[in-house]
Write a protein that binds this ligand. Structure first.
Ligand SMILES: C[S@@+](CC[C@H](N)C(=O)[O-])C[C@H]1O[C@@H](n2cnc3c(N)ncnc32)[C@H](O)[C@@H]1O
Length: 272
């Protein structure tokens, strides 16, 4: 996309984590600055594109799993630019009565998501920041679309690592948790150091510090697990994304080089 085509309100000169992710996924909604930042990540971590694809596939498997658990309402926080197999497409394919709210704080995501999704009666797109759970859950449009007295799956997929303060991220996740009805679920995927070299992690953090998100936190298994406080994890627990209930279409984990950062994924059910 050229700078002249930047929609109003979109900053084409600062790398956006939404547009970088779109680039990793092979999409077309990115500017030169996003491609440069993404290629800089690729130079450190050649698995970046594979990880993004595996993350998307995890998201699809998680939604199908939730449908099987009887969940019919989805709140996708940090939804990202529309791509293949968006949450509502997977959900409605399996249960036509599903309702989906997409939330993001990136203006480009909002423009594209509204253009593509807005006319579907089961789907709405809301501007919101995950650091303001009360604002999102109090939004009249969100409340008109989702019945918070019934189970909701809150999806925080590849987004919590953009909050670098551990206490802050726990508080915001808890802010969503405390508003949910019994039977609700939390879905998280999150970057983790794996066996990555400390210098590589620092270089990755440096690139993301100059992005729209302002930073990136690689959290350990225990640190990500702590975000599920109040939830009981469904099998197989918190594992590498490709290992979470893999099916035939899952990205082959073996194609990822050993020694790099990894993505962890889990789905938890709210304790009653
Ligand atoms: C890497 S993309 C992940 C998209 C999608 N969840 C997925 O996993 O395929 C991260 C998304 O989170 C959004 N995001 C980052 N920080 C956010 C925040 N504080 N509040 C809401 N959205 C945020 C970005 O704009 C981007 O669209």
């Amino acid at each position: 996309m050229t700078l002249e085509k930047a929609p109003p309100g979109v900053d084409p000169l600062t790398p956006s984590v939404a547009r970088m992710y779109d680039y990793f996924l092979g999409g077309k909604d990115h500017f030169a600055v996003d491609r440069e930042a993404a290629e800089a990540i690729n130079a450190i971590s050649p698995d970046a594109k594979e990880l993004a694809r595996a993350n998307r596939e995890f998201l699809g498997r998680a939604v199908r799993h939730l449908i099987d658990q009887g969940v019919r309402q989805f709140l996708d926080v940090g939804a990202g630019l529309p791509t293949r197999d968006n949450v509502h497409e997977v959900a409605l394919r399996h249960a036509p009565d599903c309702r989906v709210v997409y939330v993001d704080n990136d203006p480009m995501v909002l423009v594209h998501a509204r253009a593509i999704l807005a006319d579907h009666p089961n789907v709405i797109v809301a501007e919101g920041d995950l650091r303001e759970p009360g604002w999102i859950l109090g939004d009249p449009e969100v409340r008109a679309h989702l019945d918070l007295s019934q189970p909701v799956a809150v999806l925080m997929v590849a987004v919590l690592h953009f909050l670098t303060d551990d206490e802050e991220v726990r508080r915001h996740v808890a802010g969503f948790r405390d508003a949910l009805a019994p039977g609700s679920h939390l879905v998280i995927s999150h970057m983790s150091p794996g066996d990555a070299d400390g210098d590589d992690l620092a270089a990755g953090r440096e690139i993301y510090s100059k992005s729209s998100a302002g930073g990136l936190a690689f959290r350990t298994h225990d640190e990500v697990l702590a975000l599920f406080d109040g939830f009981t994890l469904d099998e197989p627990g918190l594992v590498e994304i490709a290992d979470w209930r893999p099916d035939d279409s899952a990205a082959p984990a073996a194609s990822m080089a050993a020694g790099g950062a990894v993505g962890l994924a889990g789905v938890g059910r709210l304790d009653s």
